[in-house]
Design a binder for this molecule. Structure first.
Ligand code: ADP
Ligand code: MG
Length: 616
């Protein structure tokens, strides 16, 4: 299973290839830093031997054959051997060991500069790839996936993968380099001693594997508990008004405390296992050290193995060098596992194809505004709700159409289909005699001004919210659009006028203000087709009249579809469509429909009475 999971990481190969130079050089640096690291035990060994020999210390036996050192160390020894002052040699050796540490540090710095920098580049590319894919996916995808989940892919999952492409690869390469270098030099010195010293390593590996698995399981539980806790907290903050007005603070606190308790229990469990981890590694490494000193000591006492005190010291130093990389095995393994799981989620998501596709060859087509719904039926894919049934409608260029009906009657769906947020289930939508599917998505949407029913404003300035999607500095146009949407007076009242921030860190706007800013955003585009989806619902009657008056002028030669649940008497609609349950039940001009004395007439009379009452 785990192996299967690791295959997912193959998706990263393209990035490794892209940054192959950095990766390659980084690995060379890792090797070099470790190489200079293993030279210091050898210099130490030499100086021990040298001191023993020079001072003719008791117990010193000159070796049968001189120990074989690395080429660089050999060169160093030849040079040093000529010096006759004893203390000078010792001092030079000390300085050399210091120098080796500095050189090693320098290469460690370069290693981080290459490998970690590479991982940051990969992270950046991957974020862009995911974001780019998000933009291609259609509304249906967003209805099915929670925002939290989508956010997680681009933040949490990507950063877990970065832990693999950066630190994990670094640790792994480091581990391989140090083990092979240490074993190489130990083996060269004495085979049997090397084997004794390395004997506890397999046990160590197995122990690490088991402890690590337990740690992983526990961390997953912690992650879940933490996620519950965060959701809990987040909902309490965003729903604080409801909580307070229903006096549910105590209940919420109880709920939070319970989640918090679970989290604490899991976290303490993990701490316990982690507490075992390092001591057990230290124990096993300690056993290796013990074996070296004991067996090496015996060899030294009994003679015959050509082992001196210097050999024992060198071996102990090698083992110490192995401690950190070996103890990082567990961490590295879990980093890789987590990255594989994250990459799996990302791979699945990248495979998701948008159902709404761009036509193959797209040349920009200019939209005039002749619309024809031909027997359109539409069922929402994941709920099976039939939103439109055998919907037929012809709209000529420049006409103003109103669509009215109860909530849920399918009004908004008409707009969604025109924008190709969804494709029709049956029938056809023709724009200027061409199927809507022949339009490139960008080409189509650019030419429609759409005001959605649920207003969305960015945490940005008022100006940028209105000028959204336009590149140039549009101050003039922004102000004109705001005037047309009858919101300019209110904006003028804000402390920073058009530069006022909206949303989280800025002013809190009323529902009506938001709607009008959203209308201004649509008006600034000035295309040939305008769709307003119930966007005056939160505006009072007087402002509504004002806006309608402005719109009358603005919409002059444009095709407009106005979806509403209130009837504007001022506005001269060419056609009013009454929708019910996805079907057109009446249509005609205001006068025609009033004469019919059907649904529309009833609705209109009721609304008039309501307005009259409100005015009183
Ligand atoms: P209206 O705008 O007239 O209130 P809609 O066009 O929004 O009506 O909705 C028509 C029907 O389709 C309703 O029954 C609604 O529940 C359903 N519906 C709307 N949007 C979706 C969606 N994204 N997924 C599933 N069903 C939907
Ligand atoms: Mg609607």
């Amino acid at each position: 299973m785990q192996i299967l999971c690791l295959k997912q990481l193959a998706a990263l190969n393209k990035y490794f290839w892209k940054y192959r130079l950095r990766l390659g050089i980084g690995i060379v640096f890792i090797f070099l830093s470790n190489y200079f690291n293993v030279l210091s035990p050898q210099v130490t060994g030499f100086v021990i031997e040298f001191v023993q020999k020079s001072l003719n210390l008791p117990g010193y036996k000159s070796p049968e054959k001189a120990p074989e050192y690395d080429f660089l160390v050999q060169q160093f020894i030849e040079r040093v051997d000529g010096i006759d002052s004893f203390s000078k040699v010792v001092a030079i050796c000390g300085v050399t060991i210091l120098l080796l540490a500095l050189i090693r540090g320098f290469f460690l710095f370069l290693m981080r500069q290459t490998i970690i920098v590479m991982s940051r580049h990969i992270e950046y590319d991957q974020k862009n790839e995911i974001y780019d894919h998000y933009q291609k996916l259609d509304t249906a995808f967003y209805k099915q996936n929670s925002t939290g989940d989508l956010m997680n892919r681009i933040t949490e999952d990507v950063s877990r993968i970065r832990m693999f492409t950066g630190p994990a690869i670094m640790y792994l390469a480091n581990l391989i380099a140090i083990i092979s270098l240490c074993v190489f030099f130990m083996w060269k010195r004495d085979h049997t001693l090397t084997m004794y010293v390395l004997a506890p390593l397999p046990i160590l590996a197995i122990a690490i594997y088991y402890i690590n698995n337990t740690i992983n399981k526990k961390s997953e539980k912690i992650q879940e508990a933490l996620s519950d806790l965060t959701t809990n907290a987040q909902e309490s903050y965003s729903g604080i008004r409801v909580i307070k007005s229903f006096v549910q603070e105590k209940a919420m606190l109880g709920f939070f405390t319970k989640n918090s308790e679970t989290y604490k229990k899991n976290a303490l469990g993990l701490a316990k296992v982690e507490a075992i981890y390092f001591p057990s590694i230290t124990l096993l490494i300690g056993i290796s050290t013990l074996l070296t000193i004991m067996i090496g000591g015996l060899y030294y006492i009994n003679g015959g193995h050509n082992i001196g005190i210097n050999t024992i010291v060198e071996f102990v130093m090698y083992i110490n060098m192995l401690t950190f990389p070996v103890s990082a095995i567990g961490l590295t393994a879990s980093m890789i596992q987590r990255a594989a799981a994250s990459q799996k989620r990302i791979n699945e998501f990248l495979k998701t194809e948008p159902t709404i596709k761009n036509p193959e060859a797209t040349t920009a087509i200019k939209l005039e505004g002749n619309i024809f719904f031909e027997n359109v039926s539409f069922t929402y894919p994941h709920t099976g709700i039939k939103a439109l049934q055998n919907f037929n409608l012809t709209i000529k260029k420049g006409e103003k159409i109103a669509i009215i009906g109860k909530t849920g009657s399918g009004k908004s769906t008409v707009g969604q289909l025109l924008l190709r947020m969804y494709d029709v289930t049956d029938g056809k939508i023709m724009l200027d005699g061409k199927d809507v599917k022949q339009f490139g998505l960008t080409n189509l949407r650019e030419q429609i001004s759409y005001v959605p029913q649920d207003v969305f404003l960015f945490s940005e300035t008022v100006k940028n919210n209105i000028g959204f999607g336009l590149d140039a500095d549009n101050s003039k146009n922004v102000e004109r659009a705001a005037t047309q949407a009858s919101v300019e007076k209110e904006i003028a009242g804000f402390s920073n006028k058009y530069e006022t921030m909206v949303g989280e860190r800025g002013v809190t706007l009323s529902g009506g203000q938001k709607q009008r800013i959203s209308i201004a955003r649509a008006l600034i585009k000035s295309p040939n087709l305008v769709i307003f989806d119930d966007c005056l619902s939160a505006v009072d009657a007087r402002t509504e009249n004002e806006i309608i008056g402005n719109l009358n002028q603005y919409l002059n030669d444009k095709t407009a579809i106005i979806i509403t649940h209130r009837i504007f008497s001022l506005f001269n609609f060419d056609n009013i469509i009454v929708l019910d349950d996805g079907k057109i039940i009446e249509q005609g001009t205001h006068i025609e429909l009033m004469n019919k004395k059907g649904h529309y007439a009833k609705l209109y009379t009721r609304q008039q009475e309501q307005d009259f009452k409100n005015e009183k």
